[in-house]
Design a protein around this ligand. Sequence first.
Ligand code: SAM
Length: 276
Amino acid sequence: MLTLVVLLVVLARGSLVRAHDLGDATGGLGRGQPTGYGRTRRPVTDRRFSPTDELQSSAVAESSPYLTATADAYDAVADLYADLARDSLDRLPLDRAMVAVFAELVRAAGPRPVVEAGCGPGYMTAHLRDLGLDAFGVDLSPALIDIARKDHPDLRFELGSMGAFDVADGELGGLVSWYSVIHIPPPELPPYFAEFRRVLAPGGYLLLGFFESEGGPVQQFDHKVTPAYRWPIDDLAALAREEEFVEVGRMLREPLEDERFRRGHLLMRRQAAAVS
Ligand SMILES: C[S@@+](CC[C@H](N)C(=O)[O-])C[C@H]1O[C@@H](n2cnc3c(N)ncnc32)[C@H](O)[C@@H]1O
């Protein structure tokens, strides 16, 4: 762990790393490891919190090692990650454009809250607020949630998992997962889409930002914080379709000079209730 932190500090000082994978420009991309991913259905897996934690959710079925490992890994680099991520949208006009479209569609659909699922230090949640949305954030990492609350004291941030939101069925108008589903082991991903569908109102919007696999299969890569996966955009869209989402639009953005991977942005909508 000490080695990892030292490496991250050295890289950050050289302005060589970017948020989201903390390793975009290191040139250390190995060949992606096929995951053997299969679309088996499993119950939502979730991290168990102590009684003093804020999350109380009945959707938690069992614990997955990825949840604790992810929370611990982001806790260990929270300050560094937040420093790298805070202003990351400033130089990403295409990413902002996709988020702006999402916000416009959510606003037009009516005044419902929006969650940023896996909000990290909360800059995207604040951006959603600036776009006129009633936004709040949820994340596994207590240290990142603390930073989000300090950076944006006017916004609500909750400790919890996007596999088990403390939110009623159909309560939300929108859900943004900005580089957070990247950490979910692929076989465990389908129940998360089921949870996204549960919390969204019929007609609600889902926006995913992720690393795209550029023609290859879903594959693990050497993310500098904790294991992460690059996805073919078609496969993610197909998984969402299995949970009654229909595609609204997509964007593939080529990597900037100091980034490693193509970025995928996928905008989906939960099907509106059928009129009988
Ligand atoms: C690459 S960071 C992205 C953070 C933020 N969205 C951003 O754009 O900077 C991934 C984040 O997802 C969170 N995360 C991963 N799995 C999660 C889960 N099941 N529930 C909630 N947060 C999760 C991590 O704790 C981490 O803060």
